[in-house]
Design a protein around this ligand. Structure first.
Ligand code: BGC
Length: 759
C-alpha cells in the first residue's frame, strides 16, 4: 500500500479521491487477506501443537540469555557460540527464544556480520530438531539497533516525545526494524509505553514523557513504522510493549520498587498507552518487573489476564522481564519455592519466561504439569500464542536477510536521526537573544558533558549501561567537536576525559577573560535501570561549583544540559542568559546541538515533562483542582510543552464548531497559528481540554491533540482538530470509562473556548 504520509503535499491534494478509492479497496482486500492469513496460521499452529511433546511445548515458553550458549573466553567475535551448549539448549531443552548480546568479553554491540552468523547458527540448530521450530531472537533495540555496531542511534524516547512529531517516531520505527532485521535479529523489546510521571525514576528517559496522549501517539507511530502491515516482511519486525503495567511510578523513585496506583488512576494514566499499543498491533508485551499495590507484575492475574486479555483483547504473548519469575521467590517472598514461583507466574498469565541463565523454568514447569498443578490447557494456550507470533514474524519460512548495503546505516537514516535530534532539543531560555551564537565569537566550553558521546546517548547504547566511551564510533561528534567544526572564532575547552574527572575551575575562570562567552555543559552520566537510582534530583556539588564560578566571571553564560532526568538547575538557570535542554539526543546529538547554538537550525522541541524547579516539585501539568488552591502546586522551572524558537508564533481565533454538542458526536475545533517572527520555523500547537465539573475530579487540563507546522515569517495556517467522544471520557466511580454531559473548556496557547455536551 502506498504510504500516504510520504506523498508530497501537492500530489496528496490532486489525487485525493482516486487515492481514497484505491486505498479503500486495498484495505478491504487486505483485511480479507489478513483474515485468510490468520486462519491459515491458526491451522498451522493447531497442527504443530498436536505433534508436540510436553517437553517441546515447555521449551517454547523459555527464553535464555546468550551466555547460556556462549563459548567461554571466546577468542574472536565469530566464534562466540559453544556448539555443545547450543545443542543442549535447542535439542535437549527445546529453548524457544534467546536474548541479549554476547557476554564475552563484555556484553557489547557486535558487527552486522557477526550477528548474521550468530542468528544463522542458532536457526541451523533449530532446523535439526524433530519439529524444526525456529527460535525467536529478542534484543533491546531501544533507540535504534543498540547492539549492532555502527547502527543509526536515534534520540532516546524522551527526546522523540519532545519533537511532537509522530512522523519522526514512525521513521525511527522503520529504520530500527530494518537494521534489526539486517542484523538477523527478529524481535525488538521496544517501545516503552510506561508513562514518565516520576522524574527520579532512572528509566524516565525511556518513556515518551508524562502525558498519556503524547505517549500514545508517539508509541503507536513507532509501532506502525516498525511493523508495517505485515511484520514478516524482510524489513519489518515485531515490537514489545513494556513494562505492563505501572512500572514507571515507583513511590520512592527507585527502579524496581513498589508503586501504589489505585485502579482508577491505573486505568486513566497507565493502561491507555498499552491499550493503544495492542490496537496498533504489537504482538508481545513484557511484564512489569516491580509491583503495584502489593502484587508483583508477574503474579498479577487481574492485570495479565482479566484486563490484558479480557478487556484489551490482547492476542499475542507475554514475556517476563529479566529473572522476574524466579524473583517471586528469591526477592518478593511471594512463593515458598522456585517451583511455586513458576506456577504463580504461569497461572497469572506469563507465557514466556526470561529465565535467563539456566533451564530451571523448563524442569519446574514440566513437574508442575505432570503433577496437575498447572493444567496442560494453560501450556497449550501459551505455546499457541508464541508459535503464532513466530509464524507471523515469518520465521518458519525465512526470507533472505536484507542486504546490508542500502539498508543499514544509510545516509538518509542518519539524516533522519539528526533531524529528530534537532527537533528534540528544547531552547528553554534565551534572554536578550543570547542565542544563536555568532560563528566568529570566542567561546570557552566547559563541563562534564561537553566532550563525550555517551552523555548524548545514555543507556542501551553499544553496551547495556551505555557508558563505554571508547567503544563509540570515532566519526561521531561530541558537542565540543561539533562546535569546533562550525566556529570560526576561538574555541577553548577546559574539561576532563571522563564524566567524573575533576575540572580545573581556576583555569575556567582564567580562560574566561579571553573569551566572549562560556558554554557550560552539565548533566548526568549514562545509566540504565537500577544503577541509575538517585536520592535527589540535585546536581552534584562539583557541577554546581563549576557553574557558580563560571557565572561569577561575569561573562555571558549559556547552560546546556544532557541526561535522562530533569536534574535541578534552577539557581543556575536563573543567572545565565540561555538554557538549552538536550536530554539524550542520540548519536547525532552533538551536531544537532551545534546546529541550534549557531542558528543553522531554528529550535522547536517542547518539553514532554514538567521540568521541576525544586527536587520535590514533581507535580505534572495535569494536576487536580484541589492543587490549584496552592499557588505553588504547579510551579515548575519550565512547564510541560515549553520550548522557544528563534522565531515567535501566535495562536488566535480558537473556535469550537458548535456551542452545544450531543454526547457521542465528534467536535471540530479550529485555531490560527502565525509565525510573527523573522525566521522560518516549526511550531507544535497543543490543544488541551478541561471537563468543568464531573463526578470524579478532572485534571485542570489534559492534552488531547497536537499538530506541528512549519511556517515562513508572516505566514499563518488554520489548523483543525477533531475531538472524539473518547477524548471527553474518563474513568467513572465504577471504574468504567464514561462521558458525562456538561461544560468543557478547550485551550490552545493563551486562548480558551468552550462547549456544552448534552444528552
Ligand atoms: C529490562 C527490560 C529489558 C530486559 C531484556 C530488563 O532488565 O527491564 O526493559 O527488555 O532486561 O534486556
Amino acid at each position: 500500500m502506498p504510504n500516504l504520509k510520504q506523498l508530497p503535499k501537492s500530489l496528496k491534494l490532486q489525487t485525493k479521491p482516486i487515492i481514497l478509492i484505491i486505498v479503500l479497496s486495498m484495505m478491504a482486500g487486505r483485511s480479507v487477506n489478513a483474515q485468510e492469513t490468520n486462519k491459515a496460521i491458526e491451522n498451522k499452529v493447531k497442527h504443530l501443537l498436536a505433534q508436540m511433546t510436553l517437553e517441546e511445548k515447555v521449551g517454547q515458553m523459555m527464553q535464555v540469555d546468550f551466555s547460556v550458549i556462549a563459548m567461554l573466553n571466546a577468542q574472536n567475535a565469530e566464534d562466540q557460540i559453544d556448539p555443545v551448549k547450543l545443542e543442549d539448549a535447542v535439542l535437549n531443552h527445546h529453548v524457544g527464544s534467546i536474548l541479549n548480546t554476547p557476554s564475552t568479553p563484555d556484553n557489547k554491540a557486535q558487527s552486522v556480520q557477526v550477528w548474521r552468523n550468530i542468528t544463522r547458527t542458532i536457526q541451523d540448530a533449530a532446523a535439526k530438531t524433530r519439529l524444526k521450530i525456529p527460535l525467536i531472537y529478542g534484543i533491546d533495540a531501544i533507540h535504534g539497533a543498540t547492539y549492532t555496531q555502527n547502527s543509526v542511534l536515534f534520540p532516546q524516547a524522551i527526546n522523540m516525545a519532545a519533537t511532537f512529531n509522530s512522523e519522526l517516531s514512525f521513521k525511527e520505527g522503520e529504520i530500527t526494524a530494518r537494521e534489526v532485521r539486517a542484523s538477523g535479529l527478529q524481535w525488538n523489546f521496544s517501545p516503552v509505553m510506561d508513562i514518565g510521571r516520576q522524574p527520579l525514576w532512572p528509566r524516565l528517559w525511556e518513556t515518551f514523557g508524562e502525558d498519556v496522549h503524547l505517549a500514545t501517539v508517539m508509541g503507536t507511530s513507532y509501532i506502525k513504522g516498525h511493523q508495517g502491515d505485515d511484520f514478516s516482511a524482510a524489513d519489518k519486525a515485531p515490537t514489545c510493549l513494556k513494562h505492563y503495567v505501572g512500572y514507571s511510578y515507583p513511590l520512592n523513585g527507585k527502579d524496581r520498587t513498589p508503586a501504589w496506583i489505585g485502579e482508577r488512576m491505573l486505568r486513566e494514566y497507565f493502561l491507555p498507552t498499552f491499550e493503544a499499543g495492542v490496537k496498533a498491533g504489537s504482538p508481545t508485551v513484557m511484564v512489569n518487573s516491580a509491583e503495584v499495590d502489593g502484587i508483583p507484575g508477574h503474579a498479577n492475574y487481574h492485570y495479565l489476564t482479566t484486563i490484558l486479555r479480557g478487556e484489551l483483547g490482547f492476542k499475542g504473548f507475554t514475556v517476563s522481564d529479566w529473572e522476574d519469575i524466579k524473583r517471586l521467590y528469591t526477592r518478593d517472598k511471594m512463593a515458598a519455592s522456585a517451583k511455586e514461583a513458576v506456577k504463580i507466574a504461569v497461572m497469572a498469565g506469563v507465557d514466556m519466561s526470561m529465565v535467563p541463565f539456566d533451564f530451571s523454568f523448563y524442569d519446574l514447569l514440566i513437574e508442575l504439569v505432570k503433577s496437575g498443578e498447572v493444567p496442560l490447557a494453560r501450556i497449550n494456550e501459551a505455546v499457541s500464542r508464541i508459535l503464532t507470533v513466530k509464524y507471523r514474524t515469518g520465521l518458519f519460512e525465512p526470507k533472505p536477510l536484507l542486504a546490508v548495503e542500502g539498508n543499514f546505516a544509510t545516509a538518509e537514516a542518519i539524516e533522519t536521526s539528526r533531524q529528530a535530534a534537532r527537533e528534540s532539543i528544547v531552547l528553554a531560555k534565551n534572554e536578550h537573544n543570547i542565542l544563536p551564537l555568532k560563528k566568529d565569537a570566542n567561546i570557552l566550553v566547559t563541563g562534564p558533558t561537553a566532550n563525550l558521546l555517551s552523555v548524548l546517548n545514555g543507556g542501551w547504547t553499544i553496551t547495556w549501561q551505555g557508558a563505554a566511551e571508547d567503544l563509540y564510533p570515532k566519526d561521531k561528534l561530541t558537542v565540543l567537536a561539533a562546535i569546533r567544526k562550525k566556529a570560526s572564532g576561538k574555541v577553548t575547552y577546559v574539561g576532563g576525559d571522563s564524566f567524573d574527572a575533576p575540572i580545573d575551575i581556576q583555569k575556567v575562570v582564567d580562560e574566561a577573560k579571553n573569551h566572549d562567552l562560556i558554554l557550560l555543559s552539565l548533566g548526568e552520566h549514562p545509566y540504565t535501570e537500577t544503577s541509575g537510582n538517585i536520592e535527589s534530583l540535585n546536581l552534584d556539588q562539583a557541577q554546581v561549583d563549576l557553574a557558580n564560578a563560571a557565572i561569577a566571571t561575569g561573562k555571558p553564560v549559556v547552560l546546556l544540559t544532557f541526561g535522562g532526568r530533569p536534574r535541578i538547575i534552577t539557581s543556575i538557570a536563573e543567572r545565565v542568559g540561555g538554557v538549552v535542554l538536550g536530554f539524550l539526543p542520540g548519536m547525532e546529538g552533538g551536531e544537532a546541538v551545534a546546529d541550534i547554538l549557531y542558528g543553522d537550525y531554528n529550535p522547536n522541541g517542547k518539553l514532554p515533562i514538567s521540568y521541576p524547579r525544586n527536587t520535590n516539585g514533581i507535580t505534572p501539568y495535569d494536576y487536580r483542582p484541589m492543587e490549584a488552591f496552592d499557588p505553588n502546586a504547579y510551579n515548575p522551572l519550565y512547564p510541560f510543552g515549553h520550548g522557544l524558537s528563534y522565531s515567535t508564533f501566535e495562536t488566535s481565533g480558537l473556535k469550537v464548531e458548535k456551542d452545544k454538542i450531543n454526547i457521542g458526536n465528534n467536535i471540530k475545533v479550529s485555531v490560527n497559528v502565525k509565525n510573527t517572527g523573522t525566521l522560518t520555523g516549526k511550531e507544535s500547537v497543543l490543544l488541551y481540554i478541561n471537563d468543568v465539573a464531573a463526578s470524579v475530579t478532572r485534571p485542570n487540563k489534559q492534552l488531547k491533540a497536537f499538530k506541528k507546522v512549519e511556517l515562513n515569517p508572516g505566514q499563518s495556517e488554520n489548523l483543525s482538530f477533531t475531538l472524539t467522544p473518547d477524548d471527553l471520557s474518563f474513568i467513572g466511580i465504577d471504574l468504567k470509562r464514561i462521558v458525562e454531559p456538561g461544560d468543557f473548556k478547550v485551550m490552545v496557547g493563551q486562548e480558551t473556548a468552550g462547549f456544552t455536551l448534552t444528552k
